[in-house]
Design a protein around this ligand. Structure first.
Ligand SMILES: Cc1ncc(COP(=O)(O)O)c(C=O)c1O
Length: 377
């Protein structure tokens, strides 16, 4: 059976080092806020070239802490793509703010600059005090950050990059983590850099944002433990997860190369077969961590039937995401940008994600491509 994500092979490579790290934590006993947290933060700071890194309890909490750091208030508006995981949007109304849903580009799957402009119009139409743009590096590749940062600057907005899926990627040579005012990521186990539980981090070069987020992740702690400056939460990462990530970070660059090789092989085999699908395309001057390898099927294809047939051939697949967020119960009363989110609706119906991990062999990739090709003909 081909694995959709292969964490087992990776674990075998680092198992003894992880065990040693965990043993050290069992010896020193600082399960929370142990020295591993600072060690990881320093390493991530170097990796992303970001001045401040705060490790925290999950990618969702990283988004929440980022919004707290940015000082988001009830009633304020934030542009969020509708084609993303729930977390990107859910943290906004959790703080009483308003997500305004915008569309994505059909080929990069990421927030489109045109739609951002429509979203700005929509906020004016609804009389919403727009404060920021949330970019999401969906399936791994970064958004068009130069253009987005420019629009943000011209409209006095901040940019929060939800890089839960895109840590390790670059845009014009700049690493994700240093492309927006604040970046939030997830270390959920299946992410390209994942721990063995929940974890996340925020990245910023802004001291004030970092300090507020730091305080907020410790219940709003002030100058000592039981003095509170603000409302906060328990947003800590535990020492064992940090230790695991330190070992995983050591092999991350080599795994990124393998992921890139796998994606190139997929593209080559599908292209040679001339399969009737849209292959993922990178925007110019960017690299992707290939968190997912997602293709777009022709509209005539019955996707569920195809998935069933592929499953019988031991090829697992996934649909990210079947229903746009703006159509889901908790979000359907929030505004959408002026010219609608047609690409999101199209992609939700037609995308399919294929097995993707650093240890996929060319033989497995060829087997997957050939089966999809045959089933489409
Ligand atoms: C785009 C996006 N944002 C946020 C998250 C939330 O991360 P976590 O599951 O660590 O809370 C995820 C996780 O899947 C994600 O894909």
């Amino acid at each position: 059976m081909i694995k959709f994500i292969d964490l087992q092979t990776q674990q075998l490579k680092i198992r003894s080092k992880v065990e040693n790290r965990i043993k050290k934590i069992l010896d020193h006993g600082q399960y929370i806020l142990g020295p591993e947290i600072n060690e990881l933060q320093n390493k991530l700071s170097r990796f992303c070239n970001s001045k401040y890194v705060l490790c925290c309890s999950s990618g969702t909490d990283a988004l929440l802490l980022s919004l707290l750091g940015l000082g988001v208030k009830p009633g304020e508006g934030i542009l969020v793509p509708s084609f993303t995981f729930a977390s990107s949007a859910e943290v906004v109304p959790l703080l009483g703010a308003i997500p305004i849903f915008v569309d994505v580009d059909k080929s990069s799957f990421n927030i489109s600059t045109n739609s951002i402009l429509e979203g700005i119009k929509s906020s004016k139409k609804h009389n919403i005090n727009l404060k920021g743009i949330m970019t999401v590096g969906l399936f791994g590749q970064p958004c068009e950050m130069d253009e987005i940062n420019k629009i943000a600057k011209n409209n006095n907005l901040w940019v929060l990059d939800d890089a839960a899926q895109s840590l390790g990627s670059t845009y014009k040579g700049v690493p994700v983590g240093n492309l927006a005012k604040v970046t939030a990521t997830s270390f959920f186990p299946s992410k390209p850099l994942g721990c063995y539980g929940d974890g996340g981090a925020i990245f910023t070069n802004n001291k004030k944002i970092y300090e507020i987020a730091y305080s907020a992740h410790l219940h709003g702690m002030g100058k000592d433990r039981y003095t509170y400056e603000r409302l906060g939460m328990n947003g800590r990462m535990d020492s064992i997860q940090a230790a695991i990530l330190i070992e995983k970070l050591k092999i991350f660059n080599s795994e990124l190369k393998l992921r890139s090789k796998v994606s190139k092989q997929y593209i080559k085999v599908f292209t040679e077969l001339n399969t009737e699908i849209n292959l993922p395309k990178l925007i110019s001057n960017s690299t992707s961590n290939w968190a997912q390898f997602t293709i777009v099927l022709p509209q005539r294809v019955n996707r569920e039937l195809l998935r069933e047939k592929l499953s019988l051939k031991q090829i697992p697949t996934a649909i990210y995401y079947p229903i746009p967020l703006h159509k889901q119960k908790p979000y359907k009363n929030f505004p959408i940008c002026c010219d609608g989110v047609k690409n999101t609706e199209f992609l939700c119906k037609n995308v399919i994600s294929l097995p993707m991990h650093p240890y996929l062999t060319l033989e497995q990739i060829t087997y997957i491509c050939k089966n999809i090709h045959q089933l489409l003909n």
